[in-house]
Design a protein around this ligand. Structure first.
Ligand code: IPM
Ligand code: MG
Length: 370
């Protein structure tokens, strides 16, 4: 049996609470002999700042580089609002993405039948929804230089962020989009602002060329990102794979998350290039939701996005598609049985705790696996 080495980075806020539910699944897979997972834990974000005055240490980065996959919780919280910008909690996550080269961020938005009424949109608009937001994750305005605030000396300051994309960065994320589409609904929608931004012009040009050159069998269209956002809430089922840059992807994926009922439902995988020698790729799996400081420590957070992110690790890092399907089916089943954490409960509906939700999912998987 293959054995895999995981690095768990629970982070801040609800991160450790939802990560505890992933550990239940790791233990279960080990106990059942389905896989052999070993794991180490590390600090990231505010938790790391408190201990080491940085948001991730070099030692933890080295472990992340060596791990078969990093499983990440969430970072941030109001207690770190005033720490220096370079060491703010989010910087730890951004360093992981950048240094591990995790350029492809897959954020699938799937509406589980039992939750169609939890969406802020009408049931018929979101029922059966299954789209993939593919976000470019290591370029664009997140990392472009210069990135500065300059004192102009006249009582004014000037802030600069730089949106920058090279052809190869657009092309490689485009390739992931078209390849994903071939395994799904065979349609790619690229979103940018070519009417205002040079990076949008190049983005569109590269995507259009790539499609014509290598992926003619896939349906392809471009939408301006603002109108695309509107279409996401107007008629989300028109989409299959939406490919977009780092910043638009950040926003559009939060929108897509709400289509499914709650941010607490959306999982994500961040993948690097496949190493031709080992055939392995660096990968980090994290829920799209944040650290939710308002409910942290209360044991009421929804662990589904975190658990589904671990499911994505099974699928994309360990070739365990069958087991990943089992995780998804278990989530679907506990929801169908009416289990709800507070974020997905209708008014007056009974709610369960983080641990109860995690336990119920683990039990479903255990039954399916035996
Ligand atoms: C996300 C988050 C991050 C981002 C933050 C925490 C830096 O919002 O993963 O969507 O902006 O990318
Ligand atoms: Mg975000």
């Amino acid at each position: 049996m293959a054995s895999y080495n995981l690095l768990l980075l629970p982070g801040d806020g609800i991160g450790p609470e939802v990560m505890a539910e992933v550990k239940k699944l790791i233990d279960l897979f080990n106990k059942k002999g389905i896989a052999k997972f070993s794991y180490e834990e590390g600090l990231v974000g505010g938790a790391c700042y408190d201990a080491h005055k940085v948001s991730i240490t070099d030692a933890t980065m080295a472990k992340a580089e060596a791990a078969d996959a990093v499983i990440f919780g969430a970072v941030g919280g109001p207690q770190w609002d005033k720490v220096p910008y370079e060491v703010r909690p989010e910087a730890g996550l951004l360093r992981l993405r950048k240094d591990l080269g995790l350029y492809a961020n897959l954020r699938p938005a799937v509406t589980y039948p039992a939750l169609a009424d939890a969406s802020s949109l009408k049931r018929e608009l979101v029922e059966g929804l299954d789209i993939m937001i593919l976000r470019e994750l290591t370029g664009g305005v997140y990392f472009g230089e210069p990135k500065t605030i300059t004192d102009l000396g006249n009582g004014q300051k000037r802030a600069v962020d730089t949106q920058v994309y090279d052809t190869y960065e657009i092309e490689r994320i485009g390739r992931v989009a078209f390849e994903l589409a071939r395994q799904r609904g065979n349609k790619v929608t690229s979103m940018e602002k070519r009417n205002v931004m040079k990076s949008g012009v190049l983005w569109n040009e590269v995507m259009t060329d790539l499609h014509a050159r290598e992926f003619k069998d896939v349906q392809f269209e471009s939408q301006l990102a603002d109108s695309g956002g509107m279409q996401l809430v107007k008629n989300p089922k028109q989409f299959d794979v939406v490919v977009t840059d780092n910043l638009f992807g950040d926003m559009l994926s939060d929108i897509a998350a709400m289509l499914t009922g709650s941010l607490g439902m959306l999982a994500s995988a961040s993948l690097g290039e496949v190493n031709p020698k080992t055939q392995k790729r660096k990968a980090l799996y994290e829920p799209v939701h944040g650290s939710a400081p308002d409910i942290a420590g209360k044991g009421i957070a929804n662990p589904i996005a975190m658990i589904a992110s671990f499911g994505m690790a099974l699928r994309y890092s360990f070739g365990m598609g069958k087991e990943a399907d089992m995780v998804d089916a278990a989530i679907s089943s506990v929801l169908a049985h009416g289990l709800r954490t507070g974020d997905i409960a209708a008014k007056g509906e009974a709610t369960v705790s983080t641990a109860e939700m995690g336990q119920a999912i683990a039990e479903e998987i255990e039954t399916a696996a035996s």
